[in-house]
Design a protein around this ligand. Structure first.
Ligand SMILES: *Cc1c(COP(=O)(O)O)cnc(C)c1O
Length: 413
């Protein structure tokens, strides 16, 4: 069914103001704002009007599975069963749709649940998907171990090179799946160019916008058809929830995805939706600090004799810098680097940090460090997506920058 929208929860911003899909708060590709409202205003208010019955300023956690009907078929606000729609989830979905410049958002139990629903909705057995040569490990595993058995074919390609992306397309290609920046190498792909390429062959461009978040990058405005999020990361922002989301602009595609969301059932629960919604309110201020701290950390790493390579799209000599500067507001909080001495040296650095917590995931207020080869990317160790055993990945948090720099300096020895 169609998830109902109470007034103001229509996915089009607050007070009936729409969103023109052009740029980020005056910092976008073509300089347009979001119809008179800044990003941070929308993050706090879109889809979140005070409760009409009590005046509660914060959207309540609607812990209910079902809804009283006023006579058979007489739905209040369209709600009938919480797999189909729940008001807390609706508020989150509406807010995310607004922030990404889409017509509809759909919240799922995890990023991978969102990906699975999307791929089963837009592909069928026999179709083909071009995926990034350094896709998120869980995304690669979903293609290689789950959807391949369903009959979905895929080819990894370095999507930072347009010619390589083009060469990977087959007559059966239905989707180009892009992540930018990528995990863990922070590779950058040109969203506008990939959208053009996908549309040339009647395929969809899907962009996993988890690393950038809509504050830094808005793929739909650049021509992408679907945005994917692990809301577990920057959108939630506090390492206290696992969730996922899809945002689209096309109404027909939105309906198809909503059907699959309900038919497959991996929806975000009301408490999880509430946590993500709360996180989103501070997305802008958190991202500004994540980016500023990442720059300070990169400055330190770039001068360390123990570090042989730093991967960060904000570095002027990074291969992705020019495109990142064109399509992103800032360069994000993720940094990867290679330690001289390979795996044992990288593992030792991860063991020695004290402020950076050794752990998987990313995008929370606290800084995390991890060893992709043996942790997040262990599942791709024997695949074409295997990563350098000397690589260390940082999710730079919003603690005091000096503490983060001192911690890394002592860990590098
Ligand atoms: C974490 C992550 C995912 C998967 O999301 P889950 O919420 O863990 O299921 C997908 N893409 C990227 C880039 C991620 O970092």
């Amino acid at each position: 069914m169609t998830a109902a929208r109470t007034p103001g929860f229509d996915g089009h911003g607050i007070d009936g103001h729409g969103i023109d899909g052009c740029g980020i708060d005056g910092h976008g590709i073509d300089g347009h704002g979001i119809d008179g409202h800044g990003f941070d205003t929308l993050a706090i208010h879109a889809g979140q009007e005070p409760d009409p019955t009590t005046g509660a300023v914060v959207v309540p956690i609607y812990a209910t599975s079902t809804y009283k009907q006023d006579g058979v078929g007489g739905l209040r606000g369209g709600y009938e069963y919480s797999r189909s729609a729940n008001p807390t989830r609706t508020a989150l979905e509406s807010c995310l749709a607004t922030l990404e410049g889409g017509s509809r958002g759909l919240a799922f139990a995890s990023g991978l649940a969102a990906e699975d629903a999307l791929l089963r909705a837009v592909c069928q057995p026999g179709d083909h998907v071009v995926i990034p040569g350094d896709a998120y490990g869980g995304t690669y595993r979903l293609f290689a171990r789950v959807l391949a058995r369903w009959g979905l074919d895929y080819s990894p390609a370095p999507l930072g090179e347009l010619a390589a992306a083009r060469a990977a397309i087959t007559p059966a290609t239905r989707v180009i799946w892009c992540e930018t920046p990528t995990n863990p190498l922070l590779g950058v792909a040109d969203i506008a160019a990939l959208a053009e390429l996908a549309h040339e062959v009647d395929a969809l461009l899907v962009v996993d916008n988890t690393f950038a978040s809509p504050y830094l990058q808005r793929p739909l405005a650049l021509g992408a058809d679907v945005v994917v999020h692990s809301t577990t990361k920057y959108l939630g922002g506090h390492s206290d929830v696992v969730g996922g989301a899809l945002v689209v602009r096309d109404a027909e595609l939105a309906e198809r995805l909503a059907f699959h969301q309900n038919a497959m059932g991996a929806v975000a629960g009301p408490f999880d939706s509430w946590l993500v919604l709360r996180g989103v309110k501070t997305l802008g201020v958190r991202m500004d600090r994540h980016c500023a701290n990442a720059r300070r950390v990169v400055d330190l790493l770039a001068t360390s004799p123990r570090v042989t390579r730093v991967r960060y799209p904000g570095l002027p000599d990074d291969p992705g810098h020019a495109i990142a500067a064109k399509q992103m507001r800032d360069f994000g909080g993720m940094v990867s680097f290679v330690v001289a001495g390979g795996e044992p040296a990288a593992v030792e650095v991860c063991r020695r940090t004290e402020v950076f917590t050794l752990g998987e995931s990313l995008g929370g207020v606290e800084s995390l460090i991890e060893h992709p080869h043996r942790m997040t990317h262990a599942s791709v160790a024997d695949s074409p997506l295997a990563v350098d055993p000397g690589l260390v990945r940082l999710s730079v948090g919003i603690e005091s920058a000096e503490d983060l720099r001192a911690d890394l300096a002592q860990a590098l020895g």
